[in-house]
Design a protein around this ligand. Structure first.
Ligand code: SF4
Length: 179
C-alpha cells in the first residue's frame, strides 16, 4: 500500500512538473511571436546563447544569442540589445557578421540578413530590425586590422564620436580621445 502511495505521489509530481514546463514553453513561444519576424514563425530555434570559435583562416570566438533554422536548412541570426532608443549600430552589424563568418567556416549555411532585436529599457514590445551582414572578406580585413593594432604595427584612427570615448577604459591615457 505504502509503495502504491509513493508511486502515485511521484506520478503526480511528474505530471505537475511536465504541465508547468509545457506552460512555460508555450508562454515563451507566444511572447516570442510578438516580435519574431513573420518569415521565422515556422523556423526552428536551433541554438540559444551558444559559443562558437574558429582558428582558421582568422581566429574568432563568437557567442550567438539565437539561431533559427528554416525548412531549407538556412540559419538566421538574432542578437538582442537592451537600449533606451530603438536603434541599430554598426557594431551590431559587425558582431552578427562575425557570428555568420564563424558558422560559415564550420560549414553552415547562414542568411546574409539577420535581426537586431531591441529591447527598450523603458518597456514595451521588443522590435526586430533587419540588417544586411558584411561579407567574409570584410570580416577578415577587420580581424587583420585588430591584430595589427594589438601588435602596435599600426596606429588607431580614434573614435568617430566623443560618446564612444565616454565609456572607454583607456580615455585617461589615450592620445586619440575625442573631446
Ligand atoms: S579613448 Fe581612445 S581608445 Fe578609447 S574609444 Fe576613444 S579613441 Fe578609442
Amino acid at each position: 500500500m505504502f509503495t502504491l502511495l509513493c508511486a502515485l505521489a511521484l506520478f503526480t509530481v511528474a505530471v505537475l512538473w511536465a504541465v508547468r514546463v509545457g506552460a512555460r514553453r508555450f508562454r515563451g513561444r507566444r511572447v516570442d511571436h510578438e516580435w519574431l519576424p513573420a518569415n521565422l514563425h515556422t523556423a526552428k530555434l536551433l541554438w540559444s546563447e551558444k559559443l562558437f570559435r574558429c582558428g582558421q583562416p582568422v581566429p574568432l570566438v563568437v557567442r550567438i544569442d539565437r539561431a533559427y533554422q528554416g525548412c531549407d536548412g538556412e540559419l538566421t541570426l538574432i542578437e538582442f540589445k537592451r537600449r533606451a532608443v530603438c536603434r541599430v549600430h554598426l557594431s551590431d552589424v559587425v558582431e552578427l557578421s562575425a557570428q555568420r563568418y564563424v558558422l560559415q567556416t564550420a560549414g553552415h549555411r547562414v542568411s546574409g540578413r539577420a535581426y537586431v532585436v531591441v529591447v527598450l529599457s523603458g518597456g514595451g514590445c521588443p522590435r526586430a530590425i533587419p540588417v544586411e551582414l558584411e561579407d567574409p572578406q570584410r570580416i577578415e580585413q577587420r580581424v587583420a586590422r585588430l591584430l595589427a593594432l594589438r601588435e602596435q604595427r599600426i596606429r588607431p584612427n580614434g573614435a568617430v564620436h566623443f560618446a564612444v570615448c565616454r565609456g572607454c577604459g583607456h580615455q585617461e591615457v589615450c592620445p586619440n580621445k575625442v573631446r
